[in-house]
Design a protein around this ligand. Structure first.
Ligand code: 16G
Length: 238
């Protein structure tokens, strides 16, 4: 029941719902129906709708057509957007495949060592792959992984998901990443690999992916600008 008579009913109900969301409901869980809420709090449907729509506007609830109103997944789960190429392509409805161009243990250069928190000259697996979607080149990637973390990475079948190998063979889960993006022209080498013109735009991503224990990978990916797009949800900054 709502009892703070100074506040409008829908504001009180909003607070009560928020408490339920925070204390009892998991992200993705459905909130009680409008009818349940009118009975439970002895308020009108209009009050229930006003309270729900204010929580929807604040991003705490999401209306899922045909299902109802569910608790929004918190934004920290932008983890959801930290995907492997394999997952990303599948989610977009494409069939991923990979050509492994090279895999060798090399000495980490300055930049890679810094990114991975190791010393220049330490051994890293350097893996170069062409990633395809529906059999057409989508991205070129070169990745470095400390040999100390993934000693026999090169013995694995690298034509699938390396993230899956990290998890299954090494128990390493990439939980977060820092990524820098810029645009470039393909240039001679990547034009050839990506099957585009030399002046075609490519989107470059320099990702350092970390597990709970620290950095695990640096990957520089070059995605075809004509085939790849990224969308992101942004919140107004301070
Ligand atoms: C994505 C990542 C790349 C990662 C790869 C793993 C971007 C910009 N880059 O391409 O950093 O190494 O996925 O994919 O998203 P995999 O698990 O399919 O091998």
């Amino acid at each position: 029941m709502l009892n703070d008579s100074l506040l409008p009913k829908h504001v009180q109900l909003r607070a009560a719902l928020l408490k339920t969301i925070e204390d009892e409901l998991q992200p993705g869980a459905m909130i009680p129906s409008e009818r349940d809420l009118t009975t439970r709090y002895d308020v009108s449907r209009a009050t229930v709708r006003a309270a729900i729509s204010s929580l929807v506007n604040e991003g705490r609830l999401t209306t899922v057509p045909g299902r109802g109103t569910v608790v929004t997944r918190p934004r920290v789960e932008s983890n959801l957007h930290l995907a492997s190429f394999t997952q990303d392509m599948r989610q977009r409805g494409h069939r991923p495949s990979t050509e492994v161009l090279s895999a060798a243990v090399v000495e980490a250069g300055e930049a890679t060592a810094k990114a991975l928190g190791i010393s220049p000259g330490d051994s890293v697996w350097e893996i170069e792959r062409l990633r395809l979607a529906d059999d057409e080149p989508m991205a070129h990637e070169v990745s470095w992984y400390p040999e100390a973390i993934v000693p026999a990475l090169g013995d694995e079948d690298l034509s699938g998901s390396i993230y899956a190998i990290l998890e299954a063979t090494y128990g390493v889960v990439i939980t977060d990443a820092h990524q820098t993006t810029w645009a470039e022209q393909a240039g001679h080498t990547y034009a050839h690999l990506l099957e585009v013109g030399e002046t075609a735009p490519v989107m470059v991503f320099d990702r350092v992916g970390s597990s709970h224990e620290g950095p695990v990978e640096q990957t520089i990916s070059r995605y075809r600008g004509d085939r790849y797009q990224l969308s992101m949800s942004l919140q107004r900054g301070p």
